[in-house]
Write a protein that binds this ligand. Structure first.
Ligand SMILES: NC(=O)c1ccc[n+]([C@@H]2O[C@H](COP(=O)([O-])OP(=O)(O)OC[C@H]3O[C@@H](n4cnc5c(N)ncnc54)[C@H](O)[C@@H]3O)[C@@H](O)[C@H]2O)c1
Length: 249
């Protein structure tokens, strides 16, 4: 479905981003793996190329405009263009708001929101010129409802939600679509860090979803590929929940 489509995935060294890179590669896309974690990012690309896929790793600190500019330029120089941008990278800091330092707030906002502005800004220059492109942002159910105890994270995801809608409205005239996915808890290294490895804790969290299990990186990657594909050609500015029914209650 994505033969020769050039796809940039941020935060693709781990979790949802890694699985998204794998799924695009399986669909014959040319995949640009961007991450600050050079060891894991290089390993993802080594696995993909060993399996016969076309992929490169570009070390990127997504909080830096110079790095984001370099990411998009290097992708376009290597593969000729950027057709799809998946803004996925994010972090969670769960310090209560009244104890949160300015540095923690800035790190969250820079990683979760500014990074999406910066990568979109530079990818849009290529996409506008091509009169074609798709952006998929990884938001969260916490962009829709306030998840308890992570106020600053929720605020960044609220920003991602409105950035997505604004991209959709402003760039539809250039044949560019922008959508986001809103996962509830997904079983990734981020979740292991925030709730631990204890199976009973994971079972309790899974009960929050009417479907009764945690999401998998594949669940989210599938939704991202749908929003990047021609099958969603009349969908823009949308927030697709991938939450086992969490927000339906
Ligand atoms: N895991 C969940 O339960 C869940 C739920 C909803 C939304 N999300 C969102 O999904 C996205 C991916 O989360 P995940 O669970 O796969 O996390 P993860 O921790 O497994 O992977 C995140 C990746 O982002 C990279 N990264 C972090 N800061 C970076 C920076 N400054 N520059 C470049 N790369 C950077 C990390 O190195 C890592 O490889 C995030 O935006 C997260 O907010 C996750």
């Amino acid at each position: 479905m994505f033969k020769d489509t050039v796809v940039v995935v941020t935060g693709a060294a781990s979790g949802i981003g890694k699985q998204t890179a794998i799924e695009f590669a399986r669909q014959a896309a040319k995949v640009v793996v961007a991450d600050i974690d050079e060891t894991s990012g290089t390993a993802v690309v080594a696995d993909l190329t060993r399996d016969g896929h076309d992929a490169i790793f570009i070390r990127t600190d997504l909080t830096s405009e110079a790095d984001c500019r370099h990411l998009i330029t290097a992708a376009a120089e290597t593969y000729g263009t950027v057709d799809v941008l998946v803004n996925n990278a994010g972090i969670e800091i769960s310090t209560p708001l009244h104890e949160m330092s300015e540095q923690e707030w800035d790190r969250l906002v820079d990683t979760n929101l500014k990074s999406m502005f910066l990568c979109s800004k530079h990818a849009l220059r290529t996409m506008v010129e091509a009169n074609s492109g798709v952006i998929v942002n990884v938001c969260s159910v916490s962009g829709l409802v306030a998840w308890p105890g992570i106020a600053a994270y929720n605020a960044t995801k609220g920003g991602v939600m409105m950035l997505t809608k604004s991209l959709a409205v402003d760039y539809a005239q250039y044949n560019i679509r922008a959508n986001c996915v809103c996962p509830s808890i997904i079983d990734t290294p981020m979740t292991d860090t925030s709730i631990g490895h204890d199976a009973s804790v994971k079972e309790e969290k899974a009960k929050l979803n009417p479907i009764g299990r945690l999401g998998t990186p594949e669940d989210v990657a599938n939704a991202i590929l749908f929003l990047a594909s021609e099958k969603s050609s009349f969908i823009t500015g949308a927030a697709l929940t991938v939450d086992g029914g969490y927000t339906a209650i």
